[in-house]
Design a protein around this ligand. Sequence first.
Ligand code: HAM
Length: 553
Amino acid sequence: MINSPRGTRDLLPPDTALWNFVEAAVRDVFRAYNFHEIRTPIFESTELFARGVGEETDIVSKEMFTWSDGERFNEKRLIDEWLRVNLSDDPHHVQAGRVNVQGNPSILAKLKEVGVQLVWRGIQVRPNLLSGRFEFVAFGSRISSDAITALKKARSIAKSEYSHEFGNHAILLRLVVPDESAKTSPWVATEDVEIEGFAGNYFSSSQSLTLRPENTAGIVRAYIEHKLWERGLNKFFSIGPMFRRERPQKGRYRQFYQIDAEVIGPAASGSQSPARDAEILELLATLLDRVGITGWTLELNSVGCPADRTKFNQALRKALAPVVEKMCLDCQRRYVTNPLRIFDCKVPEDQPIIKTLPTISQFLDEDCRTHFEAVKNILNAVQIPYVENPRLVRGLDYYQKTAFEFTHGALGAQNAILGGGRYDGLSEALGGPAAPGIGFAIGEDRLVLSLAATAESVIRKPDVYIAPLGAGMNREAARVARELRRHDLVVDLGDESFRLKKSFEAAVKMGARYILIVGGNEVAADAFALKHLASGEQVTVPRADLAQRILRK
Ligand code: HAM
């Protein structure tokens, strides 16, 4: 038997109804706050996360699913090299063995479309009297039927559409592939295509790809790549799977789902304002309320700006110097590379030391302090409760200023239902323009786990189960079902081969409200037996009144 891989799980009905309920509610809230959906790829280049999230974080250093996508063929380099060796500089003095790219531009363009270059190979006898031959050349990473088909197609285009240009000249076909590929190809050259293995390395080094462990870096990448600021877009949300190679336990999976939101834009758009931080936090309170989560705690901190971080790291090193050797190996490494990350340590023996360390709040500069006060001010005004947690630094390197987490008691060890913060330098770190931003990601698995609602309360059961009774009745049942579904009723169907008892059992099992009998007599009378399953009450209802009758609860 093949099971789902460790740390992944199937989301099954009826639970999927709960997931859909959550996502629908969340989409409503995002609409009210003018957020727009963005969908980015589930894998990105590894470098994006290394630069965005930070090399020294647990996520990047230990938890990413990374692979190399193999070698990539550099077609342009092969074409350039081949032409450099073969091309004659002088279009009028073509020497034996050398070639010119010739022909009228429209032929060249048309052939290029099918992946073929037209060259002319020959000897000049007298000016304007050229003898020689035409050659169509295709380039590929290996000998393939596609390339050979393209060549033949090019020749038939030339013969039929451009016969006045090519006259009776022979057209030879040539496929140029890297030498190595020619040697290893199982293909035998076809009779009229000459295969040329061309020496050189035309494969660029492989690219490292990673399943996204989070989506802030991906969204900021898309923001930069598509210049989204030019379209006046600055509030985005996305819902989808993330991947981290963590030790699985309740609420912690290797494939999990995040509901992610980001506000990002040029400073002139107000993206730097503490009002955005407060808006995001107020949105979250609304959102959790809307899906029915109570009893959450908002933990809030400011992690300062890079200058504060430098001072803080110095202070941490100083405080750690006498004790660091007693700490775990990860912390000893972090001590050297990025002492702030020592706060991510989960090793129980290290916790007493970590408790004594200075906190970032002592190192905030005036700007960061004012920003933090302004955020708290608005939160007080809109009555969003929070607790300050000076040790909250979050496990990703891009944060500046505001950082937060919402926790929920029902979750046990993995009690962070969501996390987020401000990341003002991230766009620049990824090669983009200055674009301050703030966002969050909700762990959707954990959100669903902490919901008081059950799937049963949000699932929509069938309004009616139609039981076709006897041969030929599937057809009639299909007609009735189609009419009822037009009225937005949830309808399921049995089969004409079922005995009535079997249909009743099926209707009860799926929790249908009514069962509707479609038999020969009913069809003849154009009125159907409709039975309310809970009360047992049965009535005969004319076809035209069926939908209204079922819609009545
Ligand atoms: P994060 O704190 O790494 O932040 O993840 C956000 C949430 O995702 C966590 O609070 C948790 O609920 C959920 N989560 C994380 N790992 C797992 C897992 N292995 N299994 C189940 N749930 C998990 C970020 O990802 C940032 N990108 C958030 C952000 C957006 N910051 C600014 N914008």
